[in-house]
Design a protein around this ligand. Structure first.
Ligand code: THU
Length: 139
């Protein structure tokens, strides 16, 4: 799939963001190796800490439906009232959750905005160098 199309799907997911406390809306679109896309948004909570990021919403949706082979994730985010988005890098917890399921040298993290020319693609390894993963437990 074209990564610009995946960013479009992340923008669609962002529309579903439930973020009345931060007013910061995030959307993610997770591409599986067999071409399926799982969308996710951030979901906040009055007690604050139960809130969930867009990336983890997408990953948990996929894993809970039996899908664990992922190729890439597109992420978009920004203040609810801001028409001009800037790049929204994934938080550390989301980087760690992604690392559980993918090869960090292969998996692409696509950071986009509402302008296609802003798109940047990183390998997970660039954003999570020397990450701790399932292989470290098996040593
Ligand atoms: N957020 C995400 O959904 N993904 C990230 O990687 C960064 C932060 C959400 C969490 C919270 O609902 C809001 O953005 C402000 O931090």
């Amino acid at each position: 799939m074209d990564y610009k199309e995946l960013v479009e799907m992340a923008l669609e997911a962002r529309e579903m963001s439930y973020s009345p406390y931060s007013n910061f809306k995030v959307g993610a679109a997770l591409l599986t190796k067999n071409g399926k896309v799982y969308k996710g948004c951030n979901i906040e909570n009055a007690a604050y800490s139960p809130g969930n990021c867009a990336e983890r919403t997408a990953i948990f949706k996929a894993v809970s439906e039996g899908e664990k082979d992922f190729a890439a994730i597109a992420i978009v985010g920004g203040p609810a009232d801001n028409g001009e988005l800037t790049i929204c890098p994934p938080c550390g917890v989301c980087r760690q959750v992604i690392n559980e399921f993918v090869d960090c040298e292969e998996f692409d993290i696509i950071l986009g905005t509402n302008k296609p020319e802003d798109m940047k693609v990183y390998k997970l390894k660039e954003l999570l160098p020397l990450g701790f993963g399932p292989g470290d437990l098996a040593k």
